[in-house]
Design a protein around this ligand. Structure first.
Ligand SMILES: Cc1ncc(COP(=O)(O)O)c(C=O)c1O
Length: 390
């Protein structure tokens, strides 16, 4: 297949250097057309769609997912986003006063808020262990994390890839130890599918959520919750609907409970086959491998430019297709606006407490020009000494 200019396969504004795949992803045209085809089908034949065609397409889509991530179609359901999946889990936990949730200080703000909400309601405690930044090896992360463990710890929760700091955390090791200690493990893998390998069959996460509309390239609204068998019966649906006391039970109560949420457009959930096709046709795995290699090359260069220290060793153990460089600014919003308005670069300035980072995402559609333009723009802004302090 003639791949042409890969970026033209995406609906992205071609005039913008798009270095923020991490926030909301980007969907390629052939997949977006498939998504719109399902939406048109829904409007044309709503009764057929909601009772037959949509249902069988969902089954086919789930089968592709199950094959891709080594799990059974019986053990997960699609959601619109990780927040929905995560709220389903947390609402069902029987948290008691004094129970502790062991986590890190690197978690996504929406999940922090969810824990704060339920901890306030129940008297449980959300313990956010500080991970030293920079760290020099995995052991430092593990030591910092587990030093927060005590006899009240009931749950372990963390991101597989962190949001503002763009770091891969040693989730496999943490889940392994947590299960030895008899803890419930909940993993936020929003950035993981299509980004780093994910094997839901072997990972000892009781609950795992991920977004397909980020690195897997799905249209917005395709995420999932995978639940280990032993926890499926305790999980009530977030929205009670026809699947409860079902007139037509499927034989799997877990799926009946969670796959019926009232009338909604679930076209995004049907796109796994077209996603897989696109990724194969455009050799996307190879493009991702190249992007990861590129991140390892450019991270030290941008750190040098900004006079910053890398947050982690230069290794694929900790870095995928993103890297966050500490940046000395007191005007993060103005900086982001200037990069967009003056240099046509879309890139986030993320933060962790009062520290700021510029987070570079590289996807298969990015090229050297995007990286050079960012490098040059930062150099200019540093010389001006207004938005970036040297
Ligand atoms: C670690 C992490 N979790 C979750 C999300 C997104 O969750 P939601 O789409 O439900 O807001 C993000 C988005 O960037 C993220 O970085």
């Amino acid at each position: 297949m003639n791949k042409g200019k890969i970026k033209e396969q995406f609906l992205l504004n071609q005039d913008i250097h798009f270095l923020n795949h991490g926030s909301f992803g980007a969907c390629p045209l052939p997949v977006f057309q498939d998504y719109q085809k399902w939406q048109a089908e829904l409007e044309k034949e709503p009764i057929q769609f909601f009772t037959k065609t949509g249902i069988s397409a969902l089954k086919a889509s789930k089968e592709v997912f199950a094959q891709e991530f080594n799990c059974s179609v019986e053990d997960f359901f699609f959601t619109s986003n990780p927040s929905t999946a995560f709220n389903t889990v947390v609402k069902n936990l029987d948290l008691k006063p004094g129970d502790e949730i062991l986590s890190t200080n690197l978690e996504y703000g929406a999940m922090d808020r969810t824990w704060n909400y339920y901890c306030q309601k129940t008297g449980a405690k959300y313990v956010q262990q500080e991970i030293p930044l920079p760290f020099s090896n995995k052991e430092e992360i593990l030591e910092a994390f587990w030093s927060g463990y005590n006899k009240n710890t009931k749950i372990v929760f963390l991101s597989h890839i962190t949001s503002s700091t763009a770091l891969i955390l040693p989730v496999e090791e943490i889940c392994e130890r947590a299960k030895e200690l008899g803890l419930i493990t909940i993993i936020d893998g929003a950035h993981v599918p299509g980004h780093i390998p994910l094997d839901l069959g072997t990972l000892k996460a009781d609950f795992y959520t991920g977004a397909m509309h980020k690195w897997y390239l799905a249209p917005k609204g395709l995420a999932f919750l995978h639940v280990k068998k032993e926890f499926q019966d305790m999980l009530d649906p977030l929205i009670v609907s026809w699947g409860y006391e079902s007139d037509f039970p499927s034989g799997n109560r877990f799926l009946d409970y969670h796959e019926f949420n009232g009338t909604r457009d679930f076209s995004a959930h049907l796109c796994m086959p077209s996603l897989k096709r696109f990724r194969e046709d455009f050799e996307w795995d190879a493009a991702c491998t190249a992007a990861k290699q590129r991140i390892l090359e450019i991270y030290p260069k941008f750190c040098t430019l900004l006079g910053s220290e890398a947050l982690c060793p230069l290794s694929s153990d900790f870095l995928g297709q993103m890297c966050s460089i500490p940046i000395n600014t007191t005007k993060p919003l103005e900086l982001k606006e200037a990069l967009y308005n003056r240099f046509h670069i879309e890139i986030p300035i993320t933060n962790l407490k009062s520290k700021y980072f510029i987070r570079i995402s590289l996807q298969g559609y990015n090229n050297q020009g995007d990286i050079d333009t960012l490098h040059q723009a930062l150099r200019v802004l540093m010389e001006e000494n207004q938005l970036i302090n040297s």
